[in-house]
Structures are given as C-alpha cells and as structure tokens.
Design a protein around this ligand. Structure first.
Ligand code: GLU
Length: 484
C-alpha cells in the first residue's frame, strides 16, 4: 500500500524567516496538498543559544499570511505531538538508548579542551578532523547531562535526491557526531531524523546546506533501521547580483516586511514558488490552487535561482489588478491600512472610488500613499514641472495661461459633474482650441495633481469635485501671471 504523503516545515525560531527560506515551507505544503496528504509544522528549538523570543509567533504569522495552513503543529495539535522539539526530549532519550543498546552510541565526557587539542593535532598533521579517530577507549554509562555520541561505522552510501539526482557519500563524511548535548537537548542532526520517522514524514524538503551532512544522516537511518524518506534538497537563492547566496545584507528581508510594504500574499506565494521552479509553460501568474495542481518536484531547477525584487513588484502589480477585477471589496479591505494620514477623514466610499481609478498604476498597496496625496490635499504649485513637460516646452507661459483659462471657462459650463460630461467638454475644448490632446491635457493634469502621473482626467476630476478642479486651475493661472 502506498504511504500517505506527509511533509513538514521545520523552522528554527532563531529570528524572522528570511525570504530565501520560505520555499522550504511552500514546496512541502504543495506536495502535501497535491497528494491529499498531511503538512506538519514543527518547531526546531533545541539550539537555545540562538533562540529568539517571539520568533515562533512570527513564523506562524508568516505562514498564515501566505495561506499555508498546517494539519499538525502549534495551534492545531495532532497525534504526533508535541511539535516543539524541546518538549520531545523523552522521545529522543528513548531512541538514544536504542542506539546505546545496539552499540551505536556512547556517552562521551571528554573535555572540550581535549577535543580542541585533537582538532589542532589533525590540522597540524594535515588531516581532516574526524572525532572517530580519537574515540575514547573507556566510556561511562550514559545519563542525561552527558553528551551522547553516535558511533560511526563508515560506509560508502548512495542515495537519490529528487532535485540533485544520484549522489554518493564516502566514508570520510561519517563521524561520531553528537546526538544529545550536555544540556539534555538533542542536536538537529539527531532530532530531525527521530521526528521525521515518528511523524511518518515521507518527504524531507529543505535547503541544500544539509547535503554535506547526508553521510551522517544516512548512517543514522541505517543504524536505527529506519526507512529513508524521499530527499529533496533545494538550491540556494542567490542575491540580486546573481553571484552569492541571498543574505540579509542584500535585502533578504522578512516576509512580513514585504507585507508591510504592500505586497499581497498571493503575489508573494506566486513569486517564491516560481523562484527556481516553473511548470514548463510561459505561465507566470499562479494562484495557490494552480500551484497545488501544477507543482512537480522534478521541475525544480538544480541551479540556484536569483532573487529579483523587481519581478516581485511587477507580479504584485498584476495581482492587484487581478484582485480588483475579481474581488474589489477584498482589495479595498486590504488597502485599508495603507491610506495615508490625510485620507483619514475621507469616507470609505470615496477611497474606493479613488482606488477604482488608480489601481492599475499601483505596484504595491503602499504606493497609495504617494500616489493619491493630491486627492486629499492641494498640491504645491511647481511651475518648473509644468514648463519642463516634454509636450509643453515649446509653449510660452502666456500660451499656457490662455489654454488653462480656456479650460476653466469650458469646465465652468459643465452643470452635471460626471465623467461623461467632463469628457465631452474636454473634447469640445480640443476642437475649439485646435490643440493636440497631450498639449491640452498635460497642463490640466499637472495643474490638478503636480504628480508624475495620475489616472484618466475625467474620472480624476469627478473625484476631486468641480470646485477643487477650478480652484487648482486658477491657482496655476495666477502663479503663471505672477511669473511674467
Ligand atoms: N530547523 C532546520 C532549519 O531551520 C530545518 C531543516 C529541515 O527542514 O530539516 O534550517
């Protein structure tokens, strides 16, 4: 009988989840959902020196935001708990004792200085340091509080990795590594294997930084006589330069930073899933459902993918449009917190109208702040912006002033201030003034917004109100005449 697919995300609560590591959550999630299996969240908190208060909460928040729900783990429970490694020590002791009983583990009380000397000696003699060459002849009976070491019996191993292919691990990759530390907590090397087997994990999906340790892991599966899971080691994600691993320094922010900058979770999930994976077509926009359906482990690229924030921002713009078309209320709801201070007295209805004329220019929801200011406060008149405009450069200030005056006169006649009526008036004005559209519309647009761009004029004007439009045009006319 085929085993039920069980995958896990097993982060260590040592800080925020660096964006380069989130694929280690997304891919196992997709594999589990596609197979109708189970996705487990396990918190690997045994490294107390690197433990960061609040990091687990941040992990939970990140996964929830991305829509990666788990079937077992913190907040959910399950039959294979606890899901924090520090609460599972009895399980590790039990398995440690099995290894002692079969002669494959020993208590080691060798002082750290001594081990340091061995390391120095190996270095001086030009050998790679392997503790098994210095294994103590006599060892005490193990009890909690003493380091417990694996007893290596080096072999040549072969194994298959779904991404990296067929690999070999030679004898030199296996050593007497620590299973349980003096503080009574297991090492990652030991704990993850025990957890994976006791949680029936079928696929171990994680970063390639664990590849060099595979010799020790294979030896442990062997010594414990447990079946190996399917291995999936993900290539690194490279920084924007494409030459080195993405690090916090080149912008490996936390996922929640991006959320706060107005990236949609759908866009983030889409972007990260496609870093080093594609479905073999040109498709770029994938919903979570698409990903669950189309994801294939064998299409993960072996080469490292480059992190390109521009691509993320582009995708986010696509997602904002998609969401507006499919579910505008949802977009309004999410945009809520991104409006600036000056919008605080504006009704939701008016904000929604502004959103509906501006959404297709937004790359992030945070763009709302800079891009909609002129809807709420009169912009400062900046004549240079007007006079330097590429369509207006050849015009004199007098010509510009006349044009704006003609616009004021025309717009004053519009009784019912609707986009249709405004559009008609502007089109009549084009004919009457015998100008080309950019020459007429650019100065009006600039006078109303003094922003690098703004949505279609009639719609913008409607939202601003007739009174504000006329007042802003007149302010510019005045500024131009003061200038002359
Ligand atoms: N706790 C490990 C980490 O955060 C997880 C590795 C694994 O998935 O086994 O890197």
């Amino acid at each position: 009988m085929k085993k039920k697919v069980v995958t896990r995300f097993a982060p260590s609560p040592t800080g925020y989840i660096h964006i380069g590591n989130v694929r280690s959550a997304i891919y196992p999630y997709l594999v589990a959902r596609q197979a109708g299996g189970k996705f487990i969240l396990r918190i690997e908190d045994t490294d107390r020196a690197r433990y960061v208060e609040g990091a687990t909460e941040l992990i939970v928040e990140t996964l929830k935001w991305l829509g990666l729900d788990w079937d077992e783990g913190p907040g959910v429970g399950g039959d294979n708990g606890p899901y924090f490694q520090t609460e599972r020590t009895d399980i590790y002791y039990e398995w440690g004792k099995k290894l002692i009983a079969s002669g494959r583990a020993y208590a080691d009380t060798t002082p750290a200085e001594k081990i340091g000397e061995y390391r120095e000696k190996a270095k001086a003699e030009g050998y790679p340091f392997l503790y098994r060459n210095y294994r103590p002849a006599e060892t005490p009976e193990w009890e909690v509080g003493m380091p417990l070491r694996f007893k290596a019996e080096p072999k040549n191993y072969e194994y298959h990795d779904e991404v990296m292919g067929d690999l070999k691990m030679g004898e030199e990759t296996q050593d007497d590594f620590i299973l349980i530390k003096a503080d009574g907590l297991p090492t990652y090397n030991f704990a993850h294997i025990i957890d994976d087997v006791t949680m029936d994990v079928t696929h171990v999906i994680r970063g390639q930084e664990y590849l060099p340790s595979m010799g020790n892991y294979l030896a442990l599966y062997d010594a414990l006589q447990i079946e190996r899971p399917i291995f999936v080691h993900l290539p690194h994600i490279l920084g924007p330069s494409g030459t080195k691993k993405l690090s916090k320094r080149d912008g490996a922010k936390s996922v929640t930073n991006y959320r706060d900058e107005g990236i949609l979770p759908e866009a983030m999930l889409n972007f990260l899933a496609c870093l080093g994976w594609n479905d073999g077509t040109e498709q770029e926009i994938f919903t979570k459902e698409d990903l669950i359906e189309k994801f294939r482990l064998d299409r993960i690229q072996r080469a490292s993918a480059r992190f390109d924030e521009q691509k993320l921002v582009w995708l986010n713009g696509q997602w904002i449009r998609k969401l507006f078309v499919e579910n505008p209320e949802e977009l309004h709801r999410r945009a809520h917190e991104f409006w600036d201070e000056y919008a605080k007295d504006t009704t939701d209805e008016r904000k929604n109208i502004i959103m509906s004329i501006i959404y297709d220019r937004l790359k992030t929801l945070a763009d709302l702040r800079g891009m909609t200011r002129y809807f709420f406060v009169d912009p400062e008149v900046d004549l240079d912006m007007l006079l330097q405009n590429k369509f207006l450069k050849k015009m004199s200030e007098e010509e510009l002033q006349n044009l704006l005056q003609a616009a004021v006169k025309k717009l004053e006649t519009v009784e019912d201030w609707t986009p249709e009526n405004i559009r008609t008036a502007l089109n009549e004005l084009l004919i009457e003034t015998k100008t080309k559209p950019p020459v007429l519309f650019s100065p009006i647009r600039i006078a109303l917004s003094f922003a690098p761009f703004s949505p279609a004029l009639p719609e913008t004007m409607e939202v601003l109100s007739k009174e504000v439009v006329l007042a802003r045009l007149n302010a510019v006319i005045r500024a131009l005449s003061n200038e002359r």
